[in-house]
Write a protein that binds this ligand. Structure first.
Ligand code: AMP
Length: 417
């Protein structure tokens, strides 16, 4: 695999998979341009070297059909502004041969939404998984996907993948396309390199103690990560809604708190495994209980395993916060995924805020801290602390799969074969 910092793009046409799946308002205006800004180091390097850019991305879920509401034309001006130069637009991503051929060094061509073609995702459309013809349709679509990827590859001399958000998908533009480039002409972009490095810090280059904080609403969606981390961490804080599944599993009374009743055995299994592996499992002992699921609910602090009926735990209590801090502040490697309470309600942010602040403290003392997975990123942004942790990941599903220990097709595809 080539390295972007060592590659000279002079007079080369580079096709770059970016993640320009930015949120738009009802008038098609961008409400958050983080993803465009995230790609700039890669794009600027290519242009500064004297190369030309062919940018490709998906937007939303058009399910293989043209949908003007999800056209990337809506973001062309924003991309042009960010790059400080004109951006040409190819209204059909699979018929951009001529536009690509005419591209001169320093010029930029943005392709229309890749997912207007079902070949991008490579899933057969209009046929149910249980239909008898499904396997044949799948096979045919895989062939069409290869053709689509070959067409995209034909536009350029070099392929760069800088879309971490889709790195866990084996799509035409994220992985299949790489088969049509030589090892020395395919690589990760700067953003992808940073993400991969951050995950390596957590999974391979571990400085101890290592504390992982998993929160959010459910155990079931985090179990793969919890199991993978169990072999690596010194401290494992499980907080947020899953606190109550654990409390109930141990025979506690949780009132109306969120609980996955079919995961009680799993919770006990996690407790047992932590003991076996010598992992310090930190579960909230007290909580802020509310008399309804609302910001203005009446509240009281009570034990997390003794919540009266009619009440539900919506945030970590003060004792839990102290225990969380004790496991976070001395840590040298920290991973945080998922809030410790319903942080969207301002009155139930204390647990998540205390975690964020403890992480910042540890980071100031030299820890490597990675915050990732949708809601914890929203948390650090809400508290204005995103710049005070080591790394905030841009990838939701991709980050979680990487931490589960799964290979990311978007990364594997550009590695030397
Ligand atoms: P997840 O998508 O599983 O990471 O969960 C994130 C969501 O969990 C956020 O929207 C939080 O509001 C929610 N959450 C955190 N703690 C609780 C709780 N104690 N009760 C209900 N929801 C919670």
């Amino acid at each position: 695999m080539a390295k972007i910092e060592n590659y000279n793009f002079k007079d080369k046409k580079a096709i770059v998979r970016v993640d320009f799946n930015v949120p738009l308002d009802e008038n098609g205006n961008i409400t958050d341009d983080t993803r465009i800004r995230g790609a700039l180091p890669t794009l600027k390097k290519i242009l500064d070297d004297g190369g030309s850019l062919i940018l490709m991305s998906h937007m939303g879920k058009p399910k293989g059909k043209v949908n003007p509401k999800l056209s990337l034309l809506q973001i062309r001006d924003a991309v042009a502004k960010a790059l400080g130069r004109d951006v040409k637009f190819a209204p059909d991503c699979a018929k951009a041969q001529e536009a690509a051929r005419e591209l001169k060094p320093g010029e930029v061509l943005l392709l229309e939404n890749l997912r207007f073609y079902p070949e991008e995702e490579g899933k057969p459309v209009g046929i149910d998984k249980n239909d008898p013809g499904y396997e044949a349709a799948k096979k045919e679509m895989k062939e069409r996907q290869k053709e689509f990827a070959r067409t995209l590859a034909s536009y350029a001399d070099v392929y760069v993948n800088d879309a971490f958000g889709t790195a866990h998908r084996r799509h035409a533009s994220t992985a299949v396309i790489a088969d049509y480039f030589d090892n020395q002409d395919k690589m990760l972009g700067f953003l992808m390199e940073k993400e991969v490095k951050a995950v390596d810090n957590i999974l391979k280059d571990i400085k101890r103690p290592f504390t992982a904080i998993m929160g959010g609403s459910k155990v079931s969606t985090k179990i793969g990560i919890i199991e993978n981390l169990m072999d690596k961490v010194d401290n494992l804080i499980l907080c947020g809604g899953m606190t109550y599944t654990f409390a109930k599993a141990r025979g506690g009374k949780i009132g109306d708190s969120i609980c996955e009743n079919d995961k009680l055995d799993l919770a006990l299994d996690i407790i047992r495994k932590a003991k076996e592996k010598g992992v310090n499992l930190v579960l909230g002992t007290d909580c802020v209980a509310a008399d309804s699921f609302s910001n203005d609910a009446g509240t009281m602090v009570c034990p997390a395993d003794n919540i009266p009926d009619g009440w539900q735990g919506l945030d970590a209590g003060p004792d839990s916060i102290l225990a969380f801090r004790a496991a976070i502040v001395p840590a040298k490697t920290i991973l945080w995924n998922g809030p410790a309470g319903v942080f969207e309600f301002d009155n139930f942010t204390a647990g998540s805020k205390a975690i964020a602040e403890a992480i910042v403290e540890a980071t100031e003392n030299g820890a490597f801290s990675l915050v990732g997975g949708g809601d914890s990123v929203a948390c650090v942004n809400k508290f204005g602390l995103a710049d005070s942790v080591s790394y905030v990941s841009t990838g939701g599903g991709a980050l979680l799969e990487a931490i589960e220990g799964k290979e990311l097709p978007g990364v594997a595809a550009v590695e030397d074969k």
